[in-house]
Design a protein around this ligand. Structure first.
Ligand code: APR
Ligand code: PHB
Length: 397
């Protein structure tokens, strides 16, 4: 089969890859998106669920926010729960005009896929079930992405290649050995995620610190709740029956008088180890990285999706500037600009994780220090403002 040619080759049809393709198409820059899984699989994955103010603005400005605006649930605060009491972090008071919107990542992905498939000019340029993706001629002005589709080996000749293939993707490994520095940190626990067909028991997200471990009450809609339990890192999911999950959620969340947790059918449960990761730089020659392919932040701060979209907003501007003006300044500044934001969010997410989780290595003294810090956060306006500013998202781009 003859080689395909395009301007930007994008690996991965998650939020980063799909949004990048959409933003580029809006400025007349052509791309191909190569995704290894099926459309059905990509649209079914339960991932993040909190969009920052900037992300909502970005999606709406890009013309893919109509369903988000209709179905997204705006929250003006979150709750910290510990020591038998609840403490609301009031965004309207602390960061006026900024809120978060609860809208599942898979809904964002569905909206973006629909937008791509509705773009006649991009017909056939979003390819699912692609395998064995590899990059050659990386150092040339025309990198070539090889891949297999429907049993046929194909080639995609590009001007630029962007790895949006997530933490377990291939593209990060295309950066020449010795050209990057990877920063990794594994936390001594994982999150057991639960999706349940039950209406939320709280009006806003509840972050609970408990001696048995962290618990989070979130939601996806007024009919579907989302929960997370801190569990040991090497936990075995088969040890968590539905009954055990509900019992542990009640233990860790029903700690304030008069509040009770509603339960219902569990639709999905999964385990995700808690980690931090950053690779620097996020570019080599004509290859860029964006989103989880370049960085992972602990989910406690609810920032992974927002960071990924912030990366591609910057990269799309840089690529458009190159095509329209022949300028390389934004491309050359992409990695540093992203990494400033990534490390800021990394710090906040790690801080929030340390604040709310129990560490197996902690002794009684350290546990009391943690309670003192929680008490400081909920009694200091300055501390609450810092939390609120980071949670709703500083101006990320
Ligand atoms: N070839 C093609 N596609 C690949 C490959 C590969 N070798 N490896 C991975 N992929 C695809 C995955 O199937 C997935 O659809 O790349 C996509 C990467 O998407 P995400 O992992 O969602 O990463 P990103 O788009 O950066 O979005 C980050 O997603 O995982 C969450 O918590 C994360 O909320 C954050 C967001
Ligand atoms: C979610 O709803 O998936 C969610 C919410 C807040 C977090 C992490 C995950 O901090």
């Amino acid at each position: 089969m003859p080689a395909l040619t395009t301007q930007v080759g994008i690996i991965g049809a998650g939020p980063a890859g799909l949004m990048l393709a959409h933003l580029l198409a809006q400025r007349g820059v052509e791309s191909y998106v190569l995704e290894r899984r099926s459309r059905a699989h990509v649209e079914s994955r339960v991932r993040a669920g909190v969009l920052t103010h900037s992300t909502v603005e970005m999606l709406c400005e890009a013309g893919v926010g109509e369903r988000l605006s209709r179905e997204g649930i705006v929250h003006h605060g979150i709750e910290l729960r510990f020591g038998g009491a609840s403490h609301r972090i009031d965004f309207d008071d602390l960061v006026p005009g900024r809120a978060i919107t609860v809208y599942g990542q898979r809904e964002v992905v569905k909206d973006l896929i629909l937008a791509r498939l509705s773009d006649d000019a991009a017909e056939g340029q979003l390819l699912f079930d692609v395998s064995d993706v590899e990059l050659s001629s990386a150092g040339s002005a025309q990198p070539v992405v090889g891949f297999t589709l429907a049993g046929e080996r194909r080639q995609l000749v590009c001007d630029w290649v962007v790895g949006c293939d997530g933490f377990h993707g291939a593209s990060r490994h295309w950066l020449p050995p010795g050209s990057t520095t990877a920063y990794e940190h594994d936390f001594p626990f994982a999150w057991l995620g639960v999706l349940a067909a039950v209406s939320p028991s709280a009006a806003e997200l509840v972050y609970a610190f408990h001696d048995r471990g962290f618990a989070l009450h979130s939601l996806r809609s007024l009919e579907v709740s989302r929960f997370y339990l801190q569990v040991p890192r090497a936990e075995d999911l088969t040890r968590w029956s539905d009954e055990r999950i509900w019992a542990e959620l009640r233990t860790r969340l029903e700690t304030v008088p008069g509040w009770s947790l509603k339960s219902g059918p569990i639709l999905e449960k999964n385990l995700a180890p808690m980690r931090s990761f950053v690779v620097e730089p996020m570019r080599h020659g004509r290859l860029f990285l964006a989103g989880d392919a370049a960085h992972i932040v602990p989910a406690t701060g609810a920032k992974g999706l927002n960071l990924a979209l912030a990366d591609v907003k910057l990269l799309s501007r840089a690529l458009v500037d190159w095509y329209e003006q022949g300028r390389t300044m934004l491309l050359d500044g992409y990695s540093d600009a992203c990494l400033r934001r990534v490390w800021n969010v990394q710090h906040f997410s790690c801080w929030m994780t340390r604040l709310l989780h129990t560490w197996p290595s902690d002794d009684a003294f350290q546990r009391r220090l943690q309670l003192a810090q929680l008490q400081h956060v909920v009694t200091s306006r300055a501390a609450q403002t810092t939390l609120a500013e980071n949670y709703v998202g500083l101006d990320q781009v």
